[in-house]
Design a binder for this molecule. Structure first.
Ligand code: FE2
Length: 155
């Protein structure tokens, strides 16, 4: 279980509100992963998280687009990669049931999600602080995002 912290604030009330709710849904999934309720309950908890993440990412990207945020493309890549992970996980363990779902798989995925959220919120999301929700004349240019590991070193 973890909590939203003020240092995660990007300074935009809609985004901060969404992030707080995402933390609740992440905690709900992590809690369910530890309790191992029925497959249906687990899948439902995961779907709620997935649906909300997709809605939230869309809202956040719209805010960035509207503000002419310079790193929207890179930011959207991070969002899309997470949605893909969530979708793959749901497909593998709850839809095709190609692999059996057990506590180890669930707690590992819950830990991955939490880590992703903290790294993304404290990294990519905080980079838009000073740009979104700020009058154009008062904007502070964000630092560029780090290149993804795969692209580092060229070729
Ligand atoms: Fe984001």
């Amino acid at each position: 279980m973890f909590t939203w912290r003020p240092e995660m604030s990007v300074g935009h009330p809609d985004i901060d509100r969404d992030h707080r709710h995402l933390v609740e849904l992440l905690n709900a999934f992590e809690g369910a992963a530890g309790r191992e309720p029925s497959q249906a309950v687990l899948h439902d908890t995961l779907l709620k998280l997935q649906d909300y993440a997709i809605d939230h990412f869309g809202r956040e990207e719209a805010i960035q687009r509207e503000a002419g945020y310079p790193f929207l493309v890179e930011h959207k890549h991070e969002h899309d990669a997470l949605v893909e992970r969530l979708t793959d996980f749901a497909k593998t363990y709850f839809i095709s049931r190609r692999r059996p779902v057990d506590r180890a798989v669930l707690t590992e995925f819950a830990a991955f999600l939490r880590e992703w959220f903290v790294v993304h919120t404290m990294g990519a999301d905080l980079r838009m602080k000073g740009w979104v929700g700020v009058k154009p004349a008062e904007r502070v240019s964000p630092s560029p995002p780090a290149a993804p590991a795969a692209r580092r070193g060229g070729r």
